[in-house]
Design a protein around this ligand. Structure first.
Ligand SMILES: O=c1ccn([C@@H]2O[C@H](COP(=O)(O)O)[C@@H](O)[C@H]2O)c(=O)[nH]1
Length: 214
């Protein structure tokens, strides 16, 4: 899988692109949903996704990698092994026993941690991980993601000090899948209209869980 178009088609064929009237996070409805969790069952696609993210990471100075739980964890693990970069893991919930740690793995104050994410919509999931990492004394300024759904999350993250670099924007991906005959012109149109109407300009809906700059 040398080209991005080949990767887009491989993701589609692996079942990572779902079309229809789908219920997403917080009861929102969407005509397109990306399920990157399926990639664990397709090792060649996993390697290709990790390699593309590694390319994006080459110019970003970092000491550690951290995947946003859960979908990005295996992707970050493959990148960690391929590049010999230590990884840390954020827990979704704090343990109620033992060490009560939020982060697993070894890290030191002020180390630079690059965040790995599968999909950005509002930016909320990624920001949640960033807040935990920063609260533990890590320096977090960048994230690499597989897909930017172009719904405002990347700008929201920028306002909070995070630069996002993605393998695909939704526009790129739709174009590649349309050219490959996987998605019709009509479906592309429906998705484009939905994305225009469903934009996020802040993370107010989850402000009780986040310590934001704004
Ligand atoms: O098509 C999609 C859209 C979202 N996700 C999951 O949700 C978060 C991203 O949404 P935010 O609003 O930016 O938090 C991400 O962690 C994905 O796992 C998805 O899988 N597919």
């Amino acid at each position: 899988m040398s080209s991005l178009k080949e990767l887009a088609v491989a993701l589609f064929e692996a079942g990572a692109v779902r079309l229809g009237d789908i219920e997403a996070k917080l009861g929102r409805r969407t005509p397109i949903y990306f399920d990157l969790r399926v990639v664990v069952s397709h090792p060649k696609v996993m390697i290709s996704v990790a390699q593309q993210l590694q390319k994006l990471s080459e110019d970003i100075h970092h000491d550690l990698l951290c995947g946003v739980p859960y979908a990005a964890l295996p992707i970050a693990a493959v990148m960690s092994i391929n590049t010999d970069t230590p990884m840390i893991m954020k827990r979704k919930e704090t343990k109620l026993y033992g060490t009560k740690k939020m982060l697993e793995g070894k890290f030191e104050n002020n180390q630079r941690c690059l965040v790995v994410e599968d999909v950005v919509t509002s930016g909320g999931s990624l920001m949640e991980t960033v807040c935990t990492l920063r609260a533990e004394g890590l320096n977090v300024t960048d994230a690499v993601v597989v897909l930017d759904r172009e719904q405002g999350g990347v700008s929201v993250l920028k306002k909070n000090g995070i630069t996002v670099t993605s393998i695909f924007t939704l526009t790129d991906l739709l174009k590649m899948l349309n050219e490959a005959g996987k998605i019709s012109d009509e479906t592309v149109q429906i998705i484009v209209e939905h994305i225009k109407e469903c934009q996020f300009s802040n993370l107010d809906f989850m402000k009780d869980n986040l310590e934001l700059i704004e």
